[in-house]
Design a binder for this molecule. Structure first.
Ligand code: F6P
Length: 540
């Protein structure tokens, strides 16, 4: 029996049991838990006991990972082999946080350059934070990071996550080409004390370049030499120079750092400016702790491997099309958006490495909101809808507001309550008893009770950690990066390209003159022609 057939047999067996039955084994909570403990991060626990995975299923999932060649693929990634075959590139974001190591790519040790760039970033961040780098109007008060996708989501997410550590200038993030975004950000700040960071690996992304030009024009209204208040983060120094940015203000990186994996290097400059180089180092250290764990722990005790295999069980074996990421940590509000790019741009693919169509589903739709807000929005569907949505809860033991510890305990109780409610549900008999106590009778009692039934048996995992610190955030992000990698290996796909974003970009270039009215909207489909015509009639 092949690995997938074995898992299909596990699926069949699981259909007749409830997750709660698995807790007849008093050791379950301890045995379906992975713990990582390190001085930098403190203990992190990943609990997957509230899933319908039993010991046999776990063994089958681990065998699948082994048979996919996970160990050799993992080693190939860390050692700089060109595993991104469709772009002919190595995948080495891990090198950006393995600062004590050496690593040869095509016969050259890349680490001295990584360390030198980090040292330049640190010295720049320090000079800016200490007021030695100044704007036309004096000390820099505001930093605007202009970028999109991987050049925005990581630092934007982390800047919110690490707000308690933020002691540098205010940081703003502009990504959307919608002029409303840049307008609203620039509206409240002073060009004479603002630093603009243009973050773009390629330095060709139309949204970013359009916003960068708008920011330069805005600054040029009052600042004689705006280039002095611009920084570029890019692999394309020819293009940054053509834009007019002083090479001394360009922080480069190599093409083996993928966009959505790039916040550990120059793309993280805005974060470093916000929280300071020491905290940024702690962030890198936390990620490197997770890297070492991923590299060395047995699969059954390996957090990224088990998180990925739980994902494979839910998506590829059981067929659940979505996954919800639910941080009970308000400052992780942008984590779901960050993970949407990381997971869906990486594993939303229907063709395997060998060019064959996948015979199993690709990665799931990822969505989420912080708890408890999500509870008052979409949890209704998660508890009582017809689809099963595997949920991933994240919860810290401690907040950063000791005076509000009672808020935090209420938050934690809510998180645990949701996971419990999903698993245990409420039976018809229990619902009937509730309705009876409220005075309902007969057919009305039954009808009312039916609406109050929770099917339960809905899976969730919970990640518990001491506190959201820079090191912990680094470890959490690296955990998800490696999870995506493992899932990609199991699927046999290349998680590091993103050809699916290209067609829309090309068509936008073709449609622009038609929207502008300089070219007739001929040869397009009827709907697009009609919509262009309606927009033009409305004065676009
Ligand atoms: O359109 C997708 C994408 O290529 C992402 O993968 C990337 O993070 C983003 O655009 C931004 O690209 P760049 O950093 O080159 O501007």
């Amino acid at each position: 029996m092949d690995n997938w057939a074995a898992l299909r047999a596990c699926k069949q067996a699981s259909a007749t049991r409830r997750i709660t039955d698995l807790f007849d084994d008093p050791a379950r909570a301890a045995e379906f838990l992975v713990t990582l403990s390190d001085a930098a991060t403190g203990p992190v626990h990943f609990d997957y006991s509230k899933t319908n995975i039993d010991a046999e299923t776990r063994a089958a999932l681990i065998e699948l990972a082994e048979a996919s060649g996970l160990e050799s693929r993992r080693n190939a990634m860390f050692s700089g082999e060109k595993i991104n075959v469709t772009e002919g590139r190595a995948v080495l974001h891990t090198a950006l946080r393995n600062l004590d190591g050496s690593l040869e790519v095509e016969g050259e040790d890349v680490m001295p350059e990584v360390r030198a760039t980090l040292a330049r970033m640190e010295s720049f961040a320090r000079d800016l934070r200490d007021g030695r780098i100044r704007g036309a109007g004096g000390r820099i008060t505001d930093v605007v990071n202009i970028g999109i996708g991987g050049s925005d989501l990581g630092p934007a997410m982390a800047a919110i996550a690490l707000a308690p550590f933020h002691d540098g200038p205010r940081c703003h993030f502009v990504s959307n080409v919608d002029g409303a975004h840049i307008h609203d950000v620039l509206d409240g700040i002073d060009p004479e004390t603002t630093l603009v960071i243009v973050a773009s690996k390629t330095f060709t992304t139309v949204e970013t370049m359009t916003n960068a030009e708008t920011a330069r024009a805005w600054m040029a209204r009052t600042v004689r030499d705006p280039a002095r208040q611009f920084v570029a983060l890019s692999t394309a120094q020819d293009k940054t120079t053509a834009f007019g940015i002083d090479p001394a203000r360009v922080f480069g990186f190599e093409d083996w750092v993928g966009g959505r994996y790039s916040m550990w290097g120059p793309i993280g400059l805005s974060l470093m400016i916000a929280i300071g180089p020491m905290n940024f180092h702690a962030f890198l250290k936390g990620a490197s702790v997770m890297d070492q764990h991923f590299l060395t722990a047995d699969f059954a005790q390996n957090m990224p491997v088990m998180l990925a295999l739980v994902g494979v069980w839910h998506r590829q074996v059981l067929g659940h099309p979505t996954r919800a990421v639910l941080p009970y940590d308000q400052r992780l509000a942008r984590l779901p958006a960050y993970l949407q790019q990381l997971e869906m741009e990486s594993n939303g693919k229907r063709v395997a490495m060998d060019g064959k169509e996948l015979e199993i589903p690709s990665g799931p739709v990822v969505f989420g909101e912080p708890g408890t807000n999500g509870q008052h929005a979409f949890y209704q569907l998660i508890h009582q809808g017809t689809d099963i949505v595997p949920c991933e809860f994240l919860l810290a033991a401690k907040s950063h507001e000791p005076a509000l510890a009672h808020h935090h305990r209420l938050l934690a109780a809510n998180c645990l309550a949701q996971a419990e409610a999903l698993m245990t549900g409420r039976s018809l008999d229990e619902a009937k008893a509730l309705m009876k106590a409220k005075g309902f009778k007969g057919a009305e009692l039954l009808m009312q009770a039916k609406h109050r039934v929770f099917p339960g048996n809905r899976p969730s995992t919970t990640l518990v950690y001491p506190q959201l610190t820079p090191a912990m955030l680094g470890a959490i992000v690296a955990l998800y990066e490696h999870r995506v990698f493992v899932e990609g290996v199991v699927l046999g796909i290349n998680s590091f390209d993103q050809w699916g974003v290209e067609l829309g970009k090309e068509l936008a270039v073709q449609l622009l003159p038609m929207v502008e009215g300089t070219k007739p909207a001929e040869g397009r489909d009827g709907s697009t022609q009609a919509l262009i015509s309606a927009l033009r009639d409305m004065g676009i």
